[in-house]
Design a protein around this ligand. Structure first.
Ligand SMILES: NC(=O)c1ccc[n+]([C@@H]2O[C@H](COP(=O)([O-])OP(=O)(O)OC[C@H]3O[C@@H](n4cnc5c(N)ncnc54)[C@H](O)[C@@H]3O)[C@@H](O)[C@H]2O)c1
Length: 319
């Protein structure tokens, strides 16, 4: 990571979160925050977050030393001097991002990637008119990025493949889990999946099927615990003898009925199931199914042990 120098533009929840990620990996960061009050708070906020990581045993350096790798600055011009990557973390407003990217494109050396943390706005919406639009993309984190490592890389049709690759290499090197979203789409992947669950959760509460607390419990004490180890496709694979194809045959019609009930008709056709199974089996060959089921249980045991040792979760459940 030597030679990397990051500009973080905007010092709110996500900006400081990114500073933790980069500083923890040993990278110097210049952070621009226009609001003077907030700017004063940034160093303490950054150090507080790092201290919490150290207390939890997931930071091996002195938090104060790590925090000193961020320089908080009050001008955008000063922030971007000699940087190798810009991570924009300003509020989610189209006008604001348009203007900010216009300024960034004019200020930053032409080969430096300009990445936006935007949750919903796509680079086509705020960068398409820029002379340097080929170095613009979205790199959408979850919150906080230093604990949830996935980052969605969403190139616009005009983004250079080489810029995407450089961003992917950087994020992987600082311990993130980059996912390339193949084309611009509202909500990307993270919020599409989250939205599907949340839409159904609202319907279940509206229709008096479950209380708000019960919906949260089903996810917190059920689905979510499993998803802390494996994703939904792998769950389908491991939950049914015969794997995901048997799962689709057995449960596909019921899921199709549930979708139709909500006005959604996207049946899992045999071709689609075969394609999903084919991709999944490249990583998880069916002959290693038993071994992987045992691994899943070991992983859930390790997570259960960590929950117990922390003493945090019983308190949350009781609260
Ligand atoms: N909060 C989340 O859960 C989350 C998750 C993923 C992505 N995001 C995205 O990250 C971005 C930042 O979100 P946040 O939650 O940190 O917001 P926030 O409101 O906490 O922080 C935004 C910061 O940007 C500063 N700012 C205002 N105008 C600016 C400008 N012109 N240039 C630079 N900075 C400016 C504000 O003073 C503020 O400190 C948004 O695009 C948001 O959609 C947020």
């Amino acid at each position: 990571m030597s030679g990397q120098r990051i500009a973080v533009v905007g010092g709110g929840s996500i900006g400081v979160g990114w500073a933790v990620v980069f500083n923890r990996a040993g990278i110097e960061t210049a952070l621009y925050e226009p609001d003077a009050e907030r700017r004063k708070d940034v160093p303490a906020d950054l150090e507080r977050r790092l201290r919490r990581l150290a207390l939890g045993g997931v930071l091996n350096e002195d938090p104060a030393v790590v925090a000193r790798r961020t320089r908080t600055v009050e001008s955008l011009e000063e922030t971007v001097v000699d940087v190798t990557h810009v991570q924009e973390c300003a509020p989610e407003s189209l006008e604001l991002k348009r203007e900010l990217f216009r300024r960034l494109d004019a200020l930053v050396a032409p080969d430096v990637p300009l990445a936006s943390s935007s949750s919903a706005l796509v680079a086509s919406a705020f960068a398409s008119e820029l002379p340097g639009r080929q170095r613009c993309l979205v790199a959408h984190p979850s919150n906080p990025p230093y604990l949830l490592p996935v980052v969605e890389l969403v190139p616009a049709p005009f983004t250079d493949a080489e810029v995407v690759e450089r961003a992917r290499t950087l994020f992987a090197a600082v311990g993130m889990s980059p996912v390339l979203v193949q084309r611009e789409l509202e909500g990307f992947v993270f919020n599409r999946l989250q939205g599907a669950l949340l839409r159904e959760a609202y319907c279940l509460v509206r229709d008096g099927i479950a209380s708000v607390d019960d919906v949260d419990r089903v996810v917190r004490d059920g689905l979510g615990r499993r998803w802390a180890a494996i994703g939904p496709f792998e769950t389908a694979e491991l939950n049914t003898r015969g794997g995901i194809e048997a799962h689709a045959e057995l449960l596909g019609p019921a899921y199709a009925r549930m979708g139709a009930e909500r006005g959604q008709h996207d049946p899992w056709t045999p071709e689609l199931v075969a394609r999903v199974a084919g991709e999944l089996h490249e990583r998880l060959p069916p002959e290693r199914w038993e071994e992987r089921v045992s691994w899943r249980d070991e992983a859930l045991i390790a997570l259960e042990r960590a929950r117990k040792e922390s003493g945090l979760f019983e308190a949350t459940a009781a609260a």
